[in-house]
Structure formats: C-alpha cells, structure tokens
Design a protein around this ligand. Sequence first.
Ligand code: ATP
Length: 455
Amino acid sequence: MKRHTATLMIVEDDLALQRQLRWSFDSYELVFAENRGDAIATLRRHEPQVVVLDLGLPPEQDGVEEGMRALSEILRLAPETKVIVATGNGEDDNALRAIALGAYDFYPKPIDTAVLGLIIARAFHIADLESQNRALRHSTGGPLEGLIAASDVMLKVCRLVEKVAPTNATTLLLGETGSGKEVLARALHNLSARRDGRFVAINCAAIPENLLESELFGYEKGAFTGANRQSPGKIELAQGGTLFLDEIGDMPASLQAKMLRFLQERVVERVGGREEIPVDVRVICATHRDLTARIAEGEFREDLFYRVAEISITIPPLRERDGDVVVLAKAFFEKAAATNGITLRGLAPEAIVAIERYSWPGNVRELEHRINRAVIMADGKFVTAADLGLNTTSESDTPLRLNLRQVRDEAERGALERALRMAEGNVSKASRLLGVSRPALYDMMRKHSMQPSQV
Ligand SMILES: Nc1ncnc2c1ncn2[C@@H]1O[C@H](COP(=O)(O)OP(=O)(O)OP(=O)(O)O)[C@@H](O)[C@H]1O
C-alpha cells in the first residue's frame, strides 16, 4: 500500500532559503508558506505528511512563540503530521519545547540539506508506516490487546486468534523463540469465555523430567520422599480457565502417554493417587520445534500431535513481518524510557535503519531486551545503533570478530566503560546500572584491566 503523493510543506519566511530548499527537495510534492496563517491554510488544502517549520516566523522573526503557535495548530488539526522544526544553533531549550509539544524532530540552522534530507526521508517513512497501519486497522481490524502489530501477516494471525478464542479447541502455537507465542496464548484466554478463570503456564522444557509429572498432575501425601502433603498440579489449578503448555515439543516421552490420556478423558490422577479428578480446562500448547521432524525421529507421539493440534497457528518470525519491527521498537523505547524515568529524544535515524536491517534471531524478545538496555546505556540524546549493539553496515548480523568470545568480551568491555562513565567512576552505582554485584563488577574490571578512574 503506497501513498500516491509525498507532500512536504516548508514554512519559511526567508525567500532565498525557500529557493534553496525547493531545489534540494524537488523529489517531493512541495508546498510553501511564509507565516502561520499561510501555513494553516496550506495544511488544510494540501494535507502534507511532513512539514519543515522555521520557528522564527513573522511578525516575531527573532522569537519562537509564533512558530510554537503554528506547531500547536498544525498538530491540533492534523496530529499525524510529522513536523520537523528548524531552530537557531544552540537553541536546545526551544527544540525540546517543540518536541514536548509533539514535533517529530528538530534541526539546527544553518541548514545542511543532505542531513535534513535524511530526516525528511525518515519522517515520510514513519508517516507511511503509520498510515499503512491505520489503513490495515480500518480494513482488517487492529492488533489484539497487549500485542503490537502492524504487518499484514500478524494482523491475519490476530483475526485467526479472535476466531479460535471463543471455542474450546486445543490450539497449537508454532513459532521461533521470542516470537510471541505466550502473548498470543494469553490473548486466546482473554478473548474466551474463560477470561475470568486462571491462565496457568508451564514450561515443559524448564522442569526436570522427574518433577514435571508431579508439577502437571499433582501428588498425594507420601507419594514420594518429601511429599509431606497433598498438592494439586498445574492442570487442576487451571480448572475453569486455560492451561498453557509451553515447549510441548520437549515433553519427555515418559509423560506423553499420560498427557494424551488427560486430553482424551479430561481427568487427572495425582501421582500416588487413585482418584480420577475431572478437570475442565482449555489447553493451548506452543513449541519452537518442528514437531513433524520430532515425530519422524520417534521423539514425539503422533497421536498426541493430532490431539494438541486441533487448530494450529503459525507465528511468523519478526524478520518476515513487514513494518512490525519499527513500530515495536518505538513502543519498547517509549516504555523503557517511561519505566526508567529517562529522558531521551528517541531512536536515531541510523538506529532505525540498523534495526530494520538486522535479522532478529531472538525475535521480539531480543528487540525488547536490546532497546531496554540501550535506553539505560545511551550517552547521547538519541539511542544510536551502537547503543543497541548493532552495526550500521549490511553485515550487521554477522560478527566480524574472531569468535563469539571476542565479540562477548568487546561488548562487555563497552558496557562496563559506559556504565562507569555514567556513574562517574562510582563502582557501586555502575554495578547497579549493570545489574551485577560490586564484587562481580570488580572481577570484570580486573579481567579487562580497567580502573574506575580510567573511563
Ligand atoms: N506482538 C507483540 N507485541 C508486544 N510485545 C510482544 C509481542 N510479541 C512478543 N512480545 C514480547 O516479547 C517477549 C517474548 O514474547 P513471548 O514470551 O510471548 O515469546 P515466546 O514465543 O513465547 O517465546 P519462547 O519461545 O522463548 O517461549 C515478551 O516480553 C512479550 O511481551
């Protein structure tokens, strides 16, 4: 879905500068205005997606109030417009005021058209994604609550989830690690009649084989050494609600038959017990494994597969969701900045390019973690590609170093240096920023031959 015209409005009273900009940005549909009244009339008539606004507008060329008023009016009339304000050099306060009013970005004069061109191109790109997102939302409905998505493929998944949620069908969610299987499982629960019941999750790969059975099915007093009291399992705890079996592909063979029986009969027998306890739960399973291959290897029962996959939903990896990564990155940035009380201007344009280029093997989880860490570690006003640990070259996802150890060491050293700089050499503060103990930080500093005062 492409916009037909990319209209750029330039609000500038200096006619020589207008001429220069007309020449530099002739690939856009250009419209000009010289003052606030003109700007509003032109905005109404041409509906530009992007505006470059000089804050020093007549009759107050030396002040910024008229420009600020124009900015507020533009955003009140067309809040989706991306306004880039041009400020005098060193007027950071005005720039920040403009951003607080809702400007997309600012640019210090004198204008360097190459750099301004990049900011404008990026603003059009974001405006485009947002308008595609709005259009898709309009035509196919928006993403589900608690879930951020803009891509066509993910919005289709959302529609499927809405259809399946009200049923009791055992549902299998397939997708790479970190792609959002649990988020979708919760959405299935929240959109079902069971929403007031419990959502009980258990990760079959994280619990040792000998404990998994009693975790799932519960046990009677005296069933094994240490079983001092009777205890219901996760399946029983989900009574009336939803049971989420994560990593079902890793369920040990010894338990698969018992699980199959539960899915067929809907009763559980606690370990060491005889009683059959009826349980009314909706079962949702997830795995990042190829279950057909596991069946072929004899690691997963075929009859269990058909039971758990009454309906299966495949979640595409992040790299195949056109447009999702930027929308997710911006949302995670806002959340991380708000949670940590950190004031940053945003993601730098080169960071957004690097985010789009990277292949995200860890999917949404990796993106969220990198953004959280970068927001805390950023030194400048913007989060850069380097803060995110991403390269700006196209080989961004291939480590160019000797081996993984070297890559890790360099990343660790960089993080230590930044944290110590932020903490002005105070080791306790730096250790808190890094989420490690003071002795652990001293160990790492010794390993890298670093002194707090060096950074
Ligand atoms: N579409 C999304 N919108 C917002 N947050 C998301 C989205 N998808 C995933 N997340 C977030 O990413 C992280 C990983 O998601 P989730 O745990 O659902 O992935 P998963 O596929 O179940 O991972 P695993 O295979 O490792 O169990 C979570 O913090 C989740 O909140």
